[in-house]
Design a binder for this molecule. Structure first.
Ligand code: GLU
Ligand code: MG
Length: 437
C-alpha cells in the first residue's frame, strides 16, 4: 500500500490529553512556520469527550505552531508508521500567546521565576504506569523476572527516547503487579514538561507496536497501588551553578529553595486541583499509599507532599548537584505544563513573600489530630476533586498567576468531568480512566 509520512502538531491541554492535527511531512518547512488551525472551544473537550460550557462557543480561530525543539521522529523499523510529532504553542492569529495555552502558562511562570530571582528550574517527571504485557500472577516487586516480562517493551522505549534526544535515567518493575516506572535526567526550563509528554506518548506507541497497552491512570482499581507522577526539582543560578543546597541549614535547603518550598506548601491544597485533577486522583492521595496526603515537607519520606530527596557521598558527584526536592501529589491526568505553572507560581509567591523555610515533619501524620497538625503548620489535602476546585476557586492568588478567564474555564471543564463521572456506573469509572490515560 502506498503511504506518505505525516507529522502531527500537538498540544497537551487542560484535560491532560495530547491532541493535535497532522500534515504531510513534505510540508514540514511551511507548517513549522504557519502552524495548523486550532479552535478555542477545544479547551472544553473533557477527557470523556464531553464538552463543558465554553465562553468561546463556535467562534474565533487560533493557530497551533510547532516548536522545532520538541520534534520527535522515531522510526521503530517495524511495519507501523514512523512516529513523528511535534509539540506546539497555541497562538492568536497575530502571534500573541493564547490565555489557555498550557505550555504558554508554564513558560510564563518559568520566565517570572527567572526575572524576579535569577533562578532557572531544573526538573524531571518520574512516571509510573501499568503495562498489559506483564505477568501479574508471578509479579515480584522490583524483581528481575518481572523486569524480564517488560524488558522488550523497556528496551524499545529506551531506544525510542534516545532517538528522540531524551536522556533516559532508569526503567524498573515497580511494586504493583504489572507496574513499571521510567525516569529521565533533569532538564532546565520547559523541556522537562515536553519530555514528560514525549515519554508518555512513546510508551503508548511502543506498547501498541507490541500489541499491548500502557495506562498512566492514577489508580487502576480502588485497591491497586497508585501510579504517581513525582516532579523532582532544583535550581540553577545564572552561571548554571546549583543553588538548592546549603549544608548549614536543617533541611539542607538554601534560603531561596526554602522560601520556594514554603510557597508550594501554602498553596498545595489549592494547586492539587491542577496537579491531581481527576475524580479518582483523590483515591490515590490518601495516607499509607506512599503518595501524599498532607501539605508537609519531610526528609526522605515517601508520604510527604514535598520530599527532600537523598544525596549520597558514594560515586563522587557533589552533593549540591544531586540535591533536589520532589512534589508528590501529582498524576498523569494533569497536564505537565499546568503542573509546572502551578508549582512554580506557588513557589515564586513564597519567595516574593519571604516565607520562612518549612520545618520538616516526622512520623505518621495520619495519627495526629487536626489541632496537632495545625501546630506543625500542615493539614490534610482535599479529599475530592470538587473540594480541590473549591480551594482553588477561593484562592485569589491563583487568579493573579493565571487569567480570570482561564480559571473560570478550568473550573467549568473540571466540573463537567465530575458530572460525567456521576453518570457512570462505579466499576466503569476506573475502566474509563484506565483507557483514557
Ligand atoms: N506508587 C506511589 C504513588 O502513587 C509511589 C511509590 C514510590 O515512591 O515510588 O505515588
Ligand atoms: Mg516509584
Amino acid at each position: 500500500m502506498i503511504r506518505e509520512e505525516l507529522i502531527v502538531a500537538v498540544c497537551n491541554d487542560v484535560s491532560g490529553q495530547t491532541r493535535g492535527k497532522g500534515f504531510p511531512a513534505s510540508e514540514r518547512e511551511k507548517r513549522f512556520k504557519t502552524g495548523v488551525g486550532w479552535v478555542p472551544t477545544n479547551v472544553q473537550i473533557t477527557c470523556f469527550n464531553t464538552i463543558a460550557d465554553s465562553i468561546y462557543g463556535s467562534l474565533d480561530d487560533l493557530i497551533l505552531v510547532p516548536d522545532e525543539s520538541t520534534e520527535v521522529r522515531v522510526d521503530f523499523e517495524d511495519d507501523h508508521p514512523v512516529e513523528h510529532f511535534v509539540i506546539g504553542d497555541i497562538l492568536h492569529l497575530d502571534g500573541a500567546p493564547w490565555e489557555c495555552c498550557t505550555r504558554a502558562l508554564a513558560k510564563k511562570a518559568l520566565a517570572s521565576l527567572e526575572e524576579e530571582t535569577g533562578l532557572t528550574l531544573l526538573s524531571t517527571f518520574e512516571q509510573e504506569f501499568f503495562y498489559s504485557g506483564a505477568d501479574c500472577e508471578t509479579w515480584c516487586g522490583f524483581g528481575l523476572n518481572s523486569f524480564r516480562g517488560g524488558a522488550r517493551f523497556g528496551e524499545t522505549l529506551i531506544a525510542a527516547l534516545t532517538a528522540a534526544n531524551i536522556k533516559p535515567d532508569t526503567f524498573l518493575a515497580e511494586y504493583g503487579p504489572g507496574q513499571f516506572e521510567a525516569t529521565l535526567s533533569p532538564t532546565p526550563g520547559i523541556r522537562s514538561a515536553d519530555e514528560c509528554i514525549i515519554l508518555r506518548e512513546l510508551a503508548r506507541s511502543t506498547a501498541t507496536r507490541l500489541g499491548e497497552r500502557v495506562s498512566f491512570s492514577p489508580l487502576v482499581t480502588p485497591e491497586a497501588v497508585g501510579n504517581g507522577v513525582h516532579i523532582h526539582f532544583s535550581f540553577l543560578d545564572k552561571n548554571e551553578t546549583p543553588v538548592t543546597y546549603d549544608e548549614n541549614s536543617a533541611t539542607g535547603m538554601s534560603r531561596l529553595a526554602g522560601q520556594f518550598c514554603a510557597g508550594v506548601l501554602t498553596y498545595m491544597p489549592a494547586i492539587t486541583a491542577f496537579t491531581a485533577p481527576s475524580v479518582i486522583s483523590y483515591e490515590r492521595l490518601v495516607p499509607h499509599r506512599w503518595s501524599a496526603a498532607y501539605n508537609n515537607l519531610a526528609l526522605r519520606d515517601r508520604e510527604a507532599g514535598l520530599r527532600v530527596c537523598p544525596a549520597s557521598n558514594v560515586g563522587g558527584t557533589p552533593i549540591d548537584s544531586q540535591f533536589n526536592i520532589e512534589y508528590r501529589p501529582a498524576d498523569a491526568t494533569g497536564s505537565p505544563y499546568l503542573q509546572i505553572a502551578a508549582l512554580v507560581s506557588a513557589g515564586l509567591q513564597g519567595i516574593r513573600e519571604g516565607l520562612d523555610q518549612p520545618l520538616p515533619t516526622t512520623g505518621d501524620l495520619s495519627r495526629l489530630s487536626e489541632a496537632e497538625l495545625k501546630k506543625l503548620n500542615t493539614r490534610r489535602l482535599p479529599t475530592t476533586l470538587e473540594a480541590a476546585l473549591r480551594e482553588m476557586e477561593a484562592e485569589p492568588q491563583i487568579r493573579s498567576w493565571f487569567s480570570e478567564n482561564f480559571v473560570d474555564i478550568y473550573l467549568k471543564h473540571k466540573r463537567k468531568e465530575i458530572d460525567t463521572v456521576n453518570h457512570l456506573q462505579p466499576g466503569e469509572v476506573f475502566r474509563k480512566y484506565i483507557a483514557l490515560y
